[in-house]
Design a protein around this ligand. Structure first.
Ligand SMILES: C[S@@+](CC[C@H](N)C(=O)[O-])C[C@H]1O[C@@H](n2cnc3c(N)ncnc32)[C@H](O)[C@@H]1O
Length: 287
């Protein structure tokens, strides 16, 4: 059988939806160490022994709602590759803009050393991408889930960044004090993509990626639980002039700008993602 026939057969057998056709090709290519074009060039060659079983298993996993990244064990984010595994939130392309925004702020400040706090750091993608881009940056990521923490530490080692990027297991909704004591009033940037899906949107959000943990998505009835906590504490941790940068859900922007004002942060504003939806919010501690 050719690889094309193996893929078609596996898709049919697993009743894989046509939207996931590309995911299966991606998984097969990535697991074989090929690029997508390598795979296309091999489609009409005879499939190697063992390929059929692997492709059928992958097709079935994808049909059952497994993210393609869980099958390959990694994902690309900004200029780096980070590890992911089942149970960890897979970083999304729209979050890459947080790295760009934080990086621009730090570069404009022209400081020899910058400290960044990544709250709800998940796979560590934001923290690691920022450190990979800017050699003057040291980052601490705070994350509740121990599997995410160990996965992010492994990625830091892979990338040779563990000297400058540290991941701590902790609860953003509790006191951040002990683990992050050195950062109090000294942080240049607090960046966070916390769980923000509100109750009303939780079912469709989880249905589109059923193997991801609900804990990574759910931000309370109104989606605001994490923002309230983070914004209320931001001024204690930022240095004067430091930046708070958040990924947000559309519809929450007004409530977030109000919280910025209430907790004394200045210059609060939101900006849209590529679809034009409010997706990022930022404010600064007064100088
Ligand atoms: C939307 S995901 C974002 C992960 C990562 N920042 C990214 O952008 O890919 C939210 C993360 O918050 C973590 N989380 C949930 N509750 C938390 C809490 N109370 N304290 C710290 N992290 C928490 C989840 O485990 C998940 O990794």
């Amino acid at each position: 059988m050719t690889l094309r026939e193996v893929l078609a057969h596996a898709e049919q057998r697993a009743r894989l939806s046509s939207q996931k056709h590309g995911d299966l090709q991606y998984v097969v290519a990535a697991s074989s160490g090929w690029s997508r074009s390598d795979l296309l060039l091999r489609l009409d060659q005879p499939a190697e022994t063992g390929t059929q079983a692997f492709v059928e298993h992958a097709a079935q996993q994808l049909a059952d709602g497994c993210a393609a990244e869980y099958l390959t064990g990694y994902t690309a984010f900004c200029d780096i590759v980070v590890r992911v595994r089942e149970g960890i939130f897979v970083p999304r392309p729209e979050t890459e803009s947080l790295v760009q925004m934080a990086g621009d702020f730090i570069t404009d400040q022209d400081r020899p050393r910058a400290t960044v706090l990544d709250l709800c750091s998940g796979s560590g993608a934001v923290a690691l991408a920022l450190a990979a881009r800017l050699p003057q940056v040291a980052v601490v990521g705070l994350e509740l889930d121990p599997i995410s923490v160990s996965c992010s530490r492994e990625s830091a080692l892979d990338l040779g960044l563990s000297e400058r990027v540290r991941f701590v297991q902790g609860n953003v909704l509790a006191t951040w004090g002990l683990a992050l004591a050195d950062f109090r009033s000294r942080t240049d940037v607090i960046v966070s993509n916390p769980p923000y899906v509100r109750e009303q949107r939780l079912f469709p959000a989880h249905a589109s990626s059923p193997r991801e943990p609900v804990q990574a998505l759910y931000g309370g009835t109104s989606g605001m639980v994490f923002y309230k906590r983070i914004i209320a504490q931001a001024c204690d941790w930022l240095r004067p002039g430091g930046l708070l940068l958040l990924e947000i859900d559309d519809g929450l922007e007004e409530a977030i700008l109000n919280l910025f004002e209430r907790y004394g942060l200045q210059g609060g504003r939101w900006s849209p993602d590529l679809r034009g939806l409010p997706r990022y919010a930022e404010a600064r501690r007064a100088e």
